[in-house]
Design a protein. Structure first.
Length: 284
């Protein structure tokens, strides 16, 4: 009885200690917010929609070739955990679409063939897809300046502020209407989602749009056509086969009364007589 009592008390003590330990452990931090622009779709969103394993768009394929497929399965994490509004300070020019993260470097490719939504100046309803929405957030929207070149790296100085919505409580799909200024050709609609309460995390998106009427900028240097050269091919030799003679394809000779046609250009040597070199001569 004493042994059983001791075992029971020991077991109870172990269980109580475990419960106390669990109670004292720090609680896990809340899940980070996640999301991206879905309309106009951001680069990461549109490539994810096309299937990262086999995208149809050349720019998506190039981005995947550069950084792999995983960034597009993690389409809702183009973010920085400690941004706290310091966007221009911590993200260098040329890396705005990737938030300066090497994982998403394919999004920074300066190309004029990213999938782009056709839009026009005036009110535009946009949609943000948040897979983990959080209240008390600020959303900033920008567009590239007039004359911006889509084949050049995107810089902070290229962005023109459109509108900021503060103290927002986004849902899974949140709509805003912004006033788009007049533009021509291809441009980027840039967004920043900055969490305000409970986290310094911020999310960044590049959505390609097309106003029409523009032209794709020409390459910095025009290709120079190669010089035209004329190559004169000497006529094939003919007559009786003879060592030391250069024969071209198609040359016709006779050897011991039999006609042969040259199959490969060569200079004849003793031992390569037509009947002995079927790789060089065919009968006829």
């Amino acid at each position: 009885m004493k042994v059983r009592l001791w075992l029971a008390l020991s077991t109870a003590a172990v269980v109580a200690a475990a419960l106390i330990t669990v109670a004292l452990l720090p609680t896990a931090p809340p899940a980070s917010a996640h999301g991206s622009m879905s309309d106009p779709p951001s680069r990461v969103y549109v490539c994810k929609q096309q299937n990262p394993e086999n995208p149809t768009n050349a720019a998506c394929r190039a981005a995947i070739q550069l950084g792999g497929t995983q960034p597009f399965y993690d389409w809702n994490e183009v973010s920085l955990l400690t941004a706290a509004g310091r966007h221009r300070e911590i993200i260098p020019d040329g890396k705005l679409c990737s938030a300066g993260r090497d994982k998403y470097r394919g999004l920074d490719l300066a190309r004029a063939d990213w999938p782009a939504k056709r839009i026009s100046a005036g009110p535009l309803t946009i949609t943000y897809h948040a897979t983990a929405p959080h209240s008390n957030s600020n959303f900033e929207f920008y567009i590239t300046r007039s004359g911006w070149n889509p084949t050049m790296p995107l810089r902070w100085s290229d962005l023109v502020h459109i509108q900021t919505f503060t103290n927002q409580n986004p849902s899974t799909f949140t709509n805003w209407t912004i006033n788009i200024p007049a533009r021509t050709g291809r441009h980027i609609l840039y967004s920043i989602w900055q969490r305000v309460v409970g986290s310094d995390e911020a999310f960044y998106t590049c959505s390609d749009v097309d106003f029409g009427g523009g032209t794709t900028p020409p390459p910095t240097t025009s290709p120079t056509p190669p010089p035209t050269t004329t190559t004169t091919t000497p006529p094939p030799s003919s007559g009786t086969w003879a060592a030391g003679t250069s024969y071209q394809v198609g040359a016709r000779v006779t050897y011991n009364g039999v006609g042969y046609t040259c199959r490969q250009a060569h200079t004849a040597i003793a031992g390569w007589e037509p009947p002995n070199a079927p790789a060089l001569w065919s009968v006829g």
